[in-house]
Design a binder for this molecule. Structure first.
Ligand SMILES: CC(C)(COP(=O)(O)OP(=O)(O)OC[C@H]1O[C@@H](n2cnc3c(N)ncnc32)[C@H](O)[C@@H]1OP(=O)(O)O)[C@@H](O)C(=O)NCCC(=O)NCCS
Length: 232
């Protein structure tokens, strides 16, 4: 149900609409109710649980290497370490870890069925594609023909314009904005409130600091801050 009176319901994300655009979701049996397990029971994992519930999914519980068995997170239990994922062959998994490198390591270590967590308030444009394992948070916008890789995080109120291309394991932080035709290579972290000018490319191994304004291609890995963004 569209709860935001300012936004026409036709432009809001719905599970059905997503399935039509993402055949892999159909193949993985998303049409029937599945139980989700979140790998990572920290703050980001809790947000993932909230998103899954908001989109009508069932959160079975969490796995975490550092949080004691039995700990409750938003009412759902930590079952044990990540290696216990094999004990839940019927479940769909999301890696609820904000750090891009750790998320990648977990995805490479554990071969399970990864799903998506997409908040119902996210706006996803026509012909946009979103990879498995990706989390799209509340009030974010992904405009038409943008491709988002697997295990990405599109954080709260991030705005990604048309024809962007995001590699796997990218994190676009809350309130960050990219113009049209932006490419962001694998593993990049775009900080809170950063701005990416339309048409630019950002290479892998890059961190864009909070509030930075990137106006040119970034071809050297590193950390970039300020306006215009410069390497530190
Ligand atoms: C850019 C960033 C990665 C640098 O982290 P760091 O290497 O630990 O750097 P420090 O915090 O030690 O800061 C080093 C210097 O840069 C400055 N600085 C840090 N981040 C800055 C930013 N985003 N813009 C401008 N200056 C910044 C600090 O004030 C400090 O200046 P000083 O040496 O004059 O005191 C980090 O500050 C940042 O912006 N991370 C993004 C956070 C984010 O978006 N998180 C999302 C969570 S959902």
């Amino acid at each position: 149900m569209n709860t935001n009176p300012k936004t026409p319901s036709a432009t809001r994300f719905s599970a059905d609409y997503n399935l039509r655009r993402h055949p892999f979701a159909l193949a993985s049996g998303e049409k029937k109710q599945r139980n989700y397990i979140i790998m990572g029971a920290g703050g980001h994992g809790a947000v993932v649980a909230d998103i899954l519930r908001a989109s009508g999914k069932v959160v079975l519980g969490f796995l975490d290497d550092g949080i004691p068995v039995g700990t409750k997170v938003l009412g759902a239990k930590v079952f044990g370490k990540l290696e216990r994922c094999a004990d839940f062959p019927e479940a769909v998994f999301i890696i609820g870890v904000g750090d891009n490198a750790i998320r990648k390591k977990i995805a490479q270590t554990y071969t399970v069925e990864y799903g998506q967590a997409i908040h119902p308030s996210a706006i996803i444009g026509e012909a946009a594609e979103i990879g498995l394992g990706t989390v799209v948070m509340a009030n974010s916008i992904i405009n038409p023909r943008t491709k988002i890789g697997g295990h990405c995080i599109i954080n709260t109120s991030a705005s990604i314009d048309h024809d962007n291309n995001l590699g796997n394991f990218v994190h676009v932080s809350p309130g960050a904005v990219s113009g049209g035709d932006v490419s962001i290579a694998e593993g990049t972290h775009v900080g809170i409130g950063a701005v990416l000018k339309n048409g630019i490319s950002i290479c892998s191994g890059t961190v864009i600091g909070a509030g930075a304004v990137v106006v040119k291609n970034i071809t050297e890995p590193g950390t970039y801050i300020g306006l215009p963004a410069a390497r530190i």
